[in-house]
Write a protein that binds this ligand. Structure first.
Ligand SMILES: Nc1ncnc2c1ncn2[C@@H]1O[C@H](COP(=O)(O)OP(=O)(O)OP(=O)(O)O)[C@@H](O)[C@H]1O
Length: 306
């Protein structure tokens, strides 16, 4: 199996609205999704995530660029790999009056998957206990997990989920997150798009951040966080004005944050305490601020007018 599950180079798509206006949805996207694990495909609303996914699935035609899935050129060789891809791009239709299990049994029959898969996929999505309840009694989170269970029927190697937690409450979001994590741990490749960074940060092994249809950053979560933001410490000290003057003179960047000062660019947090103590300003609290994807994302997209 190639170690790259998905690759795109210079992918472009321009839509034409009914009034003839051009909308560039994807403009030269280079995406690389490694095989195995969860890959977060992140970007603000309208940044081109759905369009890119739809092009990969052969649902929208690209204007330029190349795409491969498991080494096969898309869309030309898509039929050769489509059996290995499971995707939820919009909410699938289930029969409300039938149980989750019955719905999956009907689907399994339709796609020629063995009936024994139904019990397995219900377990995989933690729906085992509720499989015999009617679909209409399910919470939104359970409905979404049933949709995931449906994509698992044919045992795909690659799962593509477009904003799977949209509209879910925190418990529902956690359930989906755990399901995705479980699939990644089994060696499946999960591509999950989202505009909510915090949600993906906890589950993704690697991420790609896009803005205006172009790649802004990619790598492991740690690489993306570590590579972009300067270490920051949050400092509580009596005299903000004097402290700001001293630290700024030492080449650090200081911003007020309520009762605290946010100090960027200190070679070592101890340096902040030492410099201030030297001038008889004593720090009562000093906390390193952990960068997260959200702050990296804001930093990357700030200059993009997103
Ligand atoms: N069928 C279409 N016709 C015209 N413009 C479109 C069409 N589909 C998408 N667009 C535009 O293309 C751009 C990218 O949209 P896309 O849905 O791919 O982004 P997204 O990142 O998935 O956003 P969201 O998170 O809101 O779904 C947007 O400006 C959108 O308005």
């Amino acid at each position: 199996m190639p170690d790259v599950a998905i690759s795109t180079r210079g992918l472009r798509k321009t839509y034409r609205t009914r009034r003839g206006r051009k909308v560039v949805a994807v403009q030269g996207l280079d995406l690389e999704v490694p095989t195995g694990g969860v890959h977060g495909f992140l970007g603000p609303n309208g940044s081109g995530k759905t369009t890119s996914i739809r092009m990969l699935l052969g649902l929208v035609r690209s204007d330029a660029g190349t795409m491969t899935v498991f080494g096969k050129t898309v869309p030309a060789q898509l039929p050769e790999v489509v059996g290995r891809i499971g995707a939820i791009v919009e909410s699938p239709k289930f029969f409300p009056a039938f149980t989750g299990r019955k719905n999956l049994e009907l689907l399994a029959e339709a796609i020629g998957a063995p009936r024994t898969r139904v019990g397995e996929v219900l377990e995989q999505t933690s729906l085992g206990e509720r499989g015999n309840d009617r679909f209409r009694s399910y919470s939104l989170g359970m409905k979404q997990r049933l949709a995931i269970a449906a994509t698992l029927l044919k045992e795909p190697d690659l799962l593509i989920f477009d904003e799977p937690t949209n509209g879910l409450d925190p418990a529902g979001i956690r359930e989906i997150r755990e399901t995705m994590r479980g699939l990644g741990d089994q060696g499946k490749t999960v591509l999950v798009s989202s505009h909510i960074l915090a949600e993906v940060e906890q589950v993704a092994d690697t991420v790609s951040i896009i803005g205006h249809g172009r790649l802004l950053a990619s790598g492991t979560v740690a690489e993306v966080i570590g590579g972009s933001t300067a270490p920051t410490v949050k400092v509580a000290v009596g005299n903000h004005e004097a402290a700001t003057r001293i630290l700024t003179a030492a080449g650090m960047t200081v911003r007020a944050d309520g009762n605290y000062l946010l100090v960027e660019g200190a070679p070592d947090p101890a340096d902040v305490t030492r410099r201030l103590a030297h001038q008889e300003l004593y720090v009562s609290e000093l906390v390193p601020v952990r960068a997260d994807l959200e702050s990296v994302f804001l930093e990357l997209t700030e200059g993009e007018g997103l």
